[in-house]
Every structure is written in C-alpha cells, then in structure tokens.
Design a protein around this ligand. Structure first.
Ligand code: HEM
Length: 490
C-alpha cells in the first residue's frame, strides 16, 4: 500500500474522485459535441458525409474533437459504473444517503440513451444496427402505436425529419442528464465536481493521445436496402444489444427494469447501521453558523433563536444527519477552557459526546509517562489506533477526524502537557464523510473557524492521512516523533 502511495499520491487516486471525474468528462463531451454540431448536417445524405468531412478534412481538429467526444463518453461510462460499485461496496446508499443513491440510478438510463443516440446520428452501418435493434426493443412495448421498425424498412422510409428528431433527442437527453447530475448532488454540501487539476490535465492529455492514436471513425454508410453485415459495437454502451438479438426484447426489458428496480429499492432493503445523530443545545448555541457551514450533508439549517433575541440557532434535520460529528468539531462552545459548564457544547452527537471522549483521554494521559507524551487521533474508518498505544502514546478514535474541536488540541497541549499530536483517519481525498480531512486541515492552518489558537500548539500537530492500510506508516511517523521529542528533551 505504502509502495503504491510513493508513486501515486492519494489526491491522484482516480477512485477518490469518480463523481468529480464524471462531471469533468461530461463537460469534455459537451464541448466537443458542440464543435461537432456546428459542422453536422441533419439529413440522410448529409449526416454520414458531414461526419466523414469532420474526421478526415479538418487538419486533425475534427478528428481530435470526434475522438474526445467518443472516448470521454466511454470513460464516463467507466467512471460512473465504478462510482456506483464503490458507493455500493462502501455501503454509502443507506440512511440519509438514499437521496444521492436513488437520484443516481436514472442518470444511468440518461447516460446510455445519450451515447446510443450519438452512435445513431453518424448513420453508418453501426447506426443501422442500432436503429434496427432499438426499433425491435421499443416495438415490444405495448404502448407503441405505429411500430418504429416501419421507419427503417428501406432507404426510402427514412426521412430527414427523423434526423431532426434524433438531434433534438441527442441534445435534450444530455441536458436532462446534466439537470439530473445537479439534482443528484443537491443534498451534498460543497460537492466535489472538479477532479484535482493535475489529474484533470492528465486525463485530458490521455484522451487527446488516444483520439490521435486510435481515431474514432465510422463504418461504411448505412444502407437499408442491403442486408446488414456483422458490425463492431461499443461494448461499454451497447453491451445488452446482442442480447436483444439473441433472447428477444421482452427478457431484456425485464432484466433492465429489474436491475433498475433493485438498485432503486436497495436503500429500503438494507437496514442502515444505527448512528448517533447530532443535537443542538440552544443554551450553548451562539448562532455562529459554523456547524451549518461545515455539515457535509446539508443536515443543518439556521433559524431565529428560541429565546435569545437577535440570535440565530442551529437546527439538525434528523433524517439527513449521517452522524459524522463534523458539526461538533466546528462548535466554538466546545472549548474546554471554559471555567464552568465544561461539558456543554452548542451541538454534539447524542450518545458519543466529544466532552466524554476528552475526559477519557485526560484520564488516560494521567496514567502515562510524564514526558514525551503523544496523542494519536483518528477515526473509525482508518487504522485501529488501540494497536498503537504504548507507555508514551495514547489514542482517541472519533467517528470522523472533523469531529475534533481544535480547542481540544490547544487544551491538551497547554493543560495536560501533551508534547505531540498526530492526526490521522481516512486517506487523503477519501474521507468517508467527504469533508472531514479538508475541514480539519483548514482549521489547523487557520484558514477556517474554529482554529488552533496557539502557535506553539500548531507546531506540535502532525498529520498523516493514510486510511485503513496505513498502520506501518503510522508506526514510522510515531517513531519519528519520538526521536524528535527525545532530541528536543536531551
Ligand atoms: C452521471 C452520473 C453521475 C455523476 C456525474 C455523479 C457525481 C457525483 C458527485 C460529484 C458526487 C459528490 C462526491 C463528493 O463530493 O463527495 C456524488 C455522490 C454520490 N453518488 Fe454519484 N454521480 C453519478 C452517478 C451515480 C450513480 C449511478 C449512483 C448510484 C446509483 C451514484 C451514487 C452516489 C452516492 C450514493 C453519492 C453520495 C456519496 C456520499 O454520501 O458520500 N452516483 N456523485
């Protein structure tokens, strides 16, 4: 694992930005599509010839644009499918995440329909295959008045009007896809819709190279008067087309609708793990709105305070709360420097209050060595920290690293003579609760409230975002901290 990290930084890991990459690929497809649209002719005779002209007569520009349009679409099929599988495997489809999951499923239909429509427009032999097989699929539906296949009996039955309809669909469906993509991330605060810049540049460069090396070309022109010969299909988008030929349209419809139904019903079928959710204590909520700004799932809103005039108060939407505790880490009232009511914070997780975890750490520190004390703070989605405990090292495991109020680090270093803090958790760019690592980083760098107050404390904090497989790296980091502390004390 650590070997992989050495040549592939976590922020470059394509698995960590699948949703963002899908958005990015969409924009590449849209921009290249716009270019093709300018030169495309919407007529039976013009469609094929205009695409040939774009491909072969435009000094590589058209060739690259066509390649980008095709290969970015193919990559999008890959990123979206892997994104779905990853969310499924990580169990991120239950509870409040049901909305992102359920709104993602129709995007698959829109994506496939957009791509298949694109292959159709070219009006080559592959388009002819798509036309005939799609007509067979749709004609099996009981709602069809005039069979679609009547439009493709021979060359005389295809009209220019049909191409106008096709282009209308090939613009309209992707626009619906875009709308659906924004609905999909509606309940996600600060959704990442652009991959890291270097990764984006690398992806674009690869697509351009592939477009030049393996040009996206047409097959021979469609000819409905001649029997269709065997054609090469795009296995990413037309993988189920041979089944329509082999099994007939009805089993394929049943399979497509069945898979869609199961995917849609999945959040209902799997009972979510019971998580503690956040609750507001109006007595200690000062209406700052920092929890509202940090909540990764838009589960908090602000309203006029119940009884403090001219103040606001946070409110938790229980159905949207995933129980990450990031709000508790953002609450300025969580500071343990208060002389009274130390136990109270404006917002905290019911059941696993931050202040109880702090008491446990303080108690534990009392039983450890007095010098060279190290605290390792991590989350339930990273390394099992209890395995790292030693005479000088204590640990604190939170639901998410964003749950840690920065004032705790100030307090423990100043009041409990803690010598070093090591923050860890998920790997970089892969926080289970999306924003925990980024927010905690910003709090440490004083780019975001609440932040670490004392400069000497800031110097004592190290971070290592290594995820579940990072035990060895953590041990190495702790050993290094130990050595530094020893040489400072010597
Ligand atoms: C065009 C297709 C899609 C695009 C562009 C897309 C994009 C995104 C983006 C940008 C995010 C937010 C990532 C973040 O900031 O952490 C996201 C989250 C999510 N997506 Fe998709 N997605 C697509 C399809 C799907 C599909 C097909 C599914 C599953 C059926 C799905 C399930 C989810 C889930 C469950 C989340 C929430 C993850 C979490 O709560 O941490 N998406 N998607």
């Amino acid at each position: 694992m650590s070997h992989v990290r050495r040549w592939l930084p976590d922020s470059w890991n394509p698995l960590y930005s699948l949703g963002a990459a899908s958005f990015y690929l969409f924009w590449i497809v849209a921009a290249s599509g716009l270019y093709l649209f300018v030169f495309f002719e919407t007529s039976i005779d013009g469609a094929y010839l205009s695409v040939e002209h774009i491909t072969h007569e435009q000094y590589y520009i058209g060739l690259v644009m066509r390649g980008l349009h095709r290969y970015a679409s193919v990559m999008m099929a890959v990123t979206v499918t892997v994104h779905l599988i990853r969310e499924l495997v990580l169990g991120r489809f239950t509870g409040p995440r049901w909305f992102s999951w359920v709104s993602g499923v129709p995007l698959l239909w829109l994506l496939f329909a957009s791509a298949i429509g694109g292959y159709w427009l070219v009006w080559d032999e592959r388009a002819q295959y798509v036309a005939l097989v799609t007509a067979r699929l749709f004609d099996a539906l009981p709602i069809v008045v005039e069979p679609m296949a009547f439009g493709f009996i021979d060359n005389a039955t295809v009209s220019d009007r049909f191409f106008t309809l096709l282009i209308f669909l090939h613009v309209g469906i992707p626009l619906s896809l875009l709308l659906g993509m924004f609905i999909h991330i509606k309940r996600i605060n600060n959704a990442s819709i652009f991959p890291p810049r270097q990764y984006a540049a690398w992806l674009l460069a690869c697509l351009i190279v592939v477009s030049l090396a393996v040009p996206a070309t047409s097959l021979g022109p469609a000819d409905l008067d001649a029997p269709l010969r065997q054609v090469e299909i795009d296995w990413f988008y037309m993988n189920f087309y041979p089944l329509i030929d082999q099994l007939g349209p009805t089993p394929v419809w049943l399979a497509l609708l069945g898979v869609t139904g199961v995917l849609m019903a999945l959040p209902l079928m799997v009972r979510p793990k019971k998580m503690p959710i956040a609750a507001v204590d109006p007595d200690f909520c000062n209406g700052c709105g920092w929890c509202f700004a940090d909540c990764p799932y838009e589960a908090i809103y602000m309203k006029p305070h119940d009884y403090k005039p001219n103040h606001e108060q946070a409110v938790v939407i229980a159905d949207s709360c995933v129980g990450c505790g990031i709000c508790a880490g953002a609450c300025p009232s969580a500071t343990p420097f208060k002389s009274f009511n130390q136990a109270n914070s404006g917002i905290d997780l019911i059941g696993t209050k931050n202040v109880d975890l702090l008491s446990m750490v303080r108690e534990d520190l009392g039983a450890r060595e007095k010098k060279g004390r190290i605290l390792v703070v991590g989350c339930h989605h990273g390394v099992d920290l209890t395995r790292l405990e030693e005479a000088d090292t204590t640990t604190m495991t939170l639901e998410c690293i964003g749950q840690l109020p920065p004032s705790y680090m100030d307090f423990l270093c100043r009041r409990e003579s803690l010598d070093a803090v090591l923050l860890t958790g998920c790997s970089e760019g892969n926080c289970f609760y999306r924003l925990g690592i980024d927010l905690q980083e910003q709090r440490l760098l004083r780019l975001r409230e609440p932040h670490v107050k004392f400069s000497d404390v800031k110097e004592k904090i190290e971070r290592l975002w290594v995820g579940k497989g990072g035990e060895e790296a953590l041990r190495e980091a702790i050993e290094q901290i130990r050595e530094e502390l020893r040489s400072e004390m010597a």
